[in-house]
Ligand binder design. Structure first.
Ligand code: OMP
Length: 279
């Protein structure tokens, strides 16, 4: 059992290694660019090479479950090994599974990814609140008990997200803002911050969301391949910038399979981010 909450663990990791999350997304096109076969063996070489290059280097690694599930049980076995080896090498692992379901089923998902004894236990998961923020309560409860985190999708980086997420909720704010405010309620009073993060793409419009009460981390995917730059982060997140965990996958991964190439690509992004934070 982890003795510290995820908010503290993430704050420690980003203080030590800089605020960067690198996605482990074994796209078929990347496997072929790395000269690997499109099978579970190729997947394993890809994921473990990324772990070797990055797990001692960046604060958070984010394996994307779908790219592993494609290979069936053999792919899931590779995911288990990827999570375990990355954690052992010192990275926090945020498993990107975007789960969301009714209460009892959500409990089972939470047991699969956030329970100490599960073979797939990560440090945090991504979750979808579109069955209601309250439907995530089992995951949020188990995460609190086990010192783990939940990153709730608020305003995603994809163009299709805007229609739903910017529409007006019964509270009068946007649905995305309602999700941020719901996470804020869970995190209230936590120090240095709570264990419920939100996901807000680095690609969204500046000032769309008010994070001032969130008291939790903001995962910001979209850097690189989706067009957002390190410089965009300041405009989009403003005073919430210190809570932002920028995420990128393809932009780093296309520097493989060379371990040194991957590591230097991640260092470059991390150094750009460090410059932004002091600017
Ligand atoms: O939850 C996520 O990680 C996520 C949320 C979001 O709004 N947008 C988004 O791109 N992602 C994930 O972040 C990764 C982005 O990868 P790149 O576009 O290659 O940097 C993918 O694994 C996406 O599934």
């Amino acid at each position: 059992m982890m003795t510290q909450g995820f908010g503290q663990r993430l704050a420690d990791a980003t203080a030590a290694r800089g605020p960067l999350c690198v996605g482990i997304d074994p796209h078929p096109a990347l496997l072929s660019a790395w000269d690997l076969p499109e099978d579970a063996g190729g997947l394993e070489r890809f994921a473990l090479t990324a772990v070797e290059a990055l797990a001692g280097e960046v604060a958070v690694l984010k394996p994307q479950s779908a790219f592993f599930e494609v290979y069936g049980s053999a792919g899931v076995a590779v995911l288990e090994r990827t999570i375990a080896e990355a954690r052992q090498a010192g990275a926090l692992v945020l498993l990107d599974v975007k789960r969301g379901d009714i209460g009892s089923t959500m409990t089972a998902y939470a047991m699969a990814y956030l329970d100490e004894h599960s073979p797939l236990a990560a440090d945090a998961i991504t979750a979808s609140p579109y069955l209601g923020y309250g439907s995530l309560a089992p995951a949020i409860g188990i995460a609190e008990q086990t010192g783990r985190g939940v990153f709730v999708l608020a305003r995603t980086s994809n163009p299709e997200g805007a229609g739903l997420q910017r529409s007006v909720h019964g509270s009068g704010d946007s649905i995305a803002q309602y999700i941020v405010d719901s996470a804020a309620e869970t995190n209230a009073g936590a120090d240095p911050m709570g264990y419920v993060g939100v996901v807000a793409g680095a690609t969204i419009k500046p000032g769309e969301l008010d994070f001032s009460k969130l008291n939790g981390p903001i995962l910001a995917p979209g850097l690189g391949a989706q067009g957002a730059t390190v410089a965009d982060l300041r405009a989009v997140f403003g005073p919430a910038l210190p809570q932002v965990l920028p995420a990128t996958a393809r932009d780093v991964l296309h520097h493989g399979p060379d371990v040194g190439g991957l590591r230097s690509a991640a260092r470059r992004v991390r150094d750009d981010l460090a410059r932004l934070l002091v600017a």
